[in-house]
Design a protein. Structure first.
Ligand code: ZN
Length: 464
């Protein structure tokens, strides 16, 4: 082989890596090892019996009894060669409302010196974890002693989240990052329709779209030792149903546990995707949750072993809040909705109360949206709320589908974020805000998509 050909070959490889094309991992070893990563974890299983979040069933109107596995908060701190830092915290909890989220962010920023856009909190949305804070408490007939235990749990949780973030930042070590995508086979759409195409009820619907992608970010030591696997799945953690009284991370909790059992020393972390209208199938027993967790763990490990794309810096972090428009509804419509079903009545009744008291009706809800850009190699778009799966093709069209990681349930979960289609059709995911008041308008969709596009451009993603 002549020297010229060899040189040309090398030049080609280098150009491909520089362009961020599908370069095999070994070709970009040097470039991707510029990171430093720090990892930390803490158990957040409640030590005292507190009420659980996720189902408003009578069975659950009491504190939990026992546990199936532990809940965790896990942090991944990242630093690029220029010293840009960020911390991603994954938490095995159902929701963090605006008030509790703001308190947690205040604590985190104060303790770490980081700014808001440098911190991302991703929730697993397990429906077998504790209620956090007091935002939701008024919706339940909770005795004062139980309420006080929830308040004490929340204070402990806040301290633990600060500690886990600080610990991760405190043990930054050289690291290599790589990325791949697998597929989950137990995710189904949960909106059922009648023969005329009218929304009927919640239940498995295998004919409708869901996002089955399983994105995986692998963090290695320079010597190739696996240190962390961050993975996602766009599916509600509801395999354990409203009869369950045992604390559990549901399928994401089991998946993390199985990955860590298989690779001691490796921290598994889970971030939910756009799962607003996606449920597990089947549902009902702990064995089903274990089985789905095992299948997801198998897939994550398969992707982590397979050929992956290098993820290089620099890290660019963008964040904004967007005032999502709420519907301004005539009193007649509200009176109609107030009669039921319950999921529509919740907001309708509260809006009628505001009108009766001559108080202003909210026109917007302010939702955070974040984009983290890893060089030319990966974009993480993290939206707050329970984002429905329609936003996956919408964002693919707006900013491209390649090397795009979509996370919902990030930073704050205010209720569902419906698409314009779902607002028009109605049904469970059109029920609006849970603690704050109002129904999202069809116009919210365009604003969300435009905002993500703007942030992605600002962060340096190549747009189609
Ligand atoms: Zn949900």
């Amino acid at each position: 082989m002549s020297e010229t050909i060899t040189r040309r070959g090398l030049a080609k490889t280098g150009a491909a890596a520089a362009l961020g094309l599908l370069a095999p991992l070994h070709a970009a070893d040097a470039a991707e090892s510029g990171w430093r990563a720090g990892l930390a974890r803490v158990c957040i299983t409640p030590e005292q019996p507190v009420w659980m979040h996720g189902y408003a069933t009578k069975v659950r109107f009491r504190p939990f009894v026992g546990k199936l596995n532990d809940l965790h908060a896990k942090a991944m701190a990242l630093e690029d060669t220029a010293g840009n830092r960020a911390v991603l915290i994954t938490v095995d909890l159902c929701v963090l409302r605006r008030k509790e989220s703001e308190e947690v962010f205040r604590d985190l920023m104060q303790a770490t010196g980081l700014e808001r856009q440098q911190i991302l909190i991703c929730l697993s949305h397990t429906h077998s974890g504790p209620i956090v804070g007091t935002s939701d408490v008024s919706r339940f007939p909770m005795p004062e002693a139980d309420r006080n235990r929830t308040i004490r749990y929340t204070a402990t949780l806040r301290r633990k989240l600060v500690k886990v973030a600080a610990d991760a930042l405190g043990n930054l070590r050289p690291a290599r990052l790589s990325y791949g995508v697998g597929k989950a086979d137990f995710v189904v759409n949960r909106r059922l329709y009648d023969q005329n195409g009218k929304y009927r009820s919640m239940g498995p619907n295998r004919d409708k779209y869901v996002d089955r992608a399983v994105p995986v970010l692998r963090v290695d030591s320079p010597d190739g030792t696996r240190r962390a696997l961050l993975f996602g799945c766009a599916c509600h953690a509801v395999t354990l149903d409203g009869k369950n009284l045992r604390i559990c991370g549901d399928y994401p909790g089991f998946a993390q546990q199985y990955i860590e059992d298989r690779h001691p020393g490796c921290q598994a972390m889970f971030a939910t995707g756009f799962a607003g209208d996606a449920n597990t199938d089947p549902r009902g027993t702990a064995q089903m949750a274990r089985d789905q967790g095992r299948r997801l763990a198998d897939e994550v490990c398969r992707v982590a072993e397979a050929k992956r794309q290098p993820v290089r810096g620099p890290l660019r972090l963008e964040r904004t809040t967007v005032d999502l428009p709420l519907q301004q509804l005539p009193r007649k419509r509200l009176e109609q909705w107030a009669k039921g079903p319950g999921y529509m009545a919740h907001n309708a009744k509260r809006l009628l109360d505001l009108l009766a008291q001559k108080k202003p009706v909210p026109e917007h809800y302010r939702a955070p949206i974040a984009v983290w850009q890893f060089g030319r190699d990966l974009t993480l778009a993290a939206l707050s709320g329970e984002v429905v799966s329609d936003y996956v093709p919408l964002l693919h069209k707006a900013i491209g589908s390649d090397r795009l990681w979509l996370a919902g349930y990030a930073n704050c979960v205010f209720g569902y974020l419906p698409s314009a289609r779902i607002v028009g059709e109605g049904g469970y995911e059109a029920r609006g805000l849970i603690v704050d008041i109002g129904f999202f308008s069809e116009q919210a969709e365009a604003l969300v998509v435009a905002t993500v596009k703007q942030l992605a451009r600002k962060a340096g993603r190549r747009l189609p």
